[in-house]
Design a protein around this ligand. Structure first.
Ligand code: ZN
Length: 277
């Protein structure tokens, strides 16, 4: 059933588990993730990101995800991850996404606050959950201006003034593939958890150890974004099948879906969300 991410994440906070958010723009990844969630009876968030719209546009992705959410027996939120412009966020909200992330984390604090406040009002008037980012989790790109850890002393003010339902925080993770083993600042996470009731979000989850995932969920993260690990597993399965068997796309598609499902299950089991739907 289609719900907002706020509903899913509030339950996760109260019952101490983590929810997976998977960006999925093709049927193989989307079906694989949904099979994983159904098999584990886990609430789940599926979506796409602005940076992935060249693979499948917003309308088409939404139609696919909406169909999957409507037929699911577990709660599903449809999320736009890392929207950078107001126009795109509004388009997603008007289309029926139940959750959006408006990423203004590279702007100075006050601008981040002002922009999020405006979008939070727009989203909430339409029954949609909104996520902001405080501090900055770097992207795997030359243009990114650099890492900024979230300061716990800013969090309560930011959540109060913006009205965001969920907050992405920077505690040592990075987007994409890690060049060095990441070290998570769990003390910072615990300090942030103490000062807000907003759902806390971890970006850059791919590449963390199993213990890292267990620790962040224990210490107060509710939403964990996973993309790279599922994406690599899915394309590796296609490669392996073609190399060892045949290039028929209908066979490759099945193998990709199975790989996406298995990769998602592996992560969801670490989040302690099985049986929570
Ligand atoms: Zn992210």
């Amino acid at each position: 059933m289609l719900v907002t991410s706020k509903e899913i994440l509030q339950d996760a906070r109260v019952r101490h588990y983590g929810v997976g958010m998977f960006n999925t723009f093709n049927t193989e990844m989307a079906l694989g993730v949904m099979e994983a969630a159904e098999e584990l009876r886990a609430p789940v968030i599926i979506g796409t990101a602005e940076a992935l719209l060249h693979c499948c546009d917003l309308d088409l992705t939404f139609s696919m995800l909406k169909c999957l959410a409507d037929r699911a027996r577990v709660p599903v939120a449809i999320h736009l991850d890392h929207g950078f412009t107001e126009s795109l966020i509004k388009k997603a909200i008007d289309m029926g996404f139940t959750s959006v992330m408006f990423d203004q984390s590279e702007l100075p604090y006050q601008q981040n606050v002002d922009n999020l406040r405006r979008m939070a009002d727009y989203a909430h008037q339409r029954g949609v959950s909104i996520e902001g980012e405080l501090g900055h989790v770097v992207f795997d790109s030359a243009e990114d201006t650099g890492y900024a850890y979230t300061k716990p002393e800013d969090v309560a003010d930011f959540v109060h003034r913006t009205g965001v339902d969920a907050l992405a925080i920077a505690i040592g993770t990075a987007h994409g593939v890690y060049k060095e083993v990441p070290v998570l600042d769990l003390e910072r996470l615990r300090a942030i958890r103490k000062v807000t009731d907003a759902a806390l979000v971890l970006h850059g989850g791919s590449g963390l150890s199993d213990d890292d995932f267990r620790n962040v969920v224990r210490d107060g993260i509710q939403k964990i974004n996973i993309y790279t690990d599922v994406s690599f597993a899915t394309s590796q399965a296609a490669h392996d099948w073609v190399a060892a068997h045949d290039p028929r796309i209908e066979n490759v598609s099945v193998k990709m879906r199975e790989a996406a499902r298995d990769a998602a299950i592996k992560k969801l089991l670490l989040f302690n969300c099985q049986g929570k739907a």
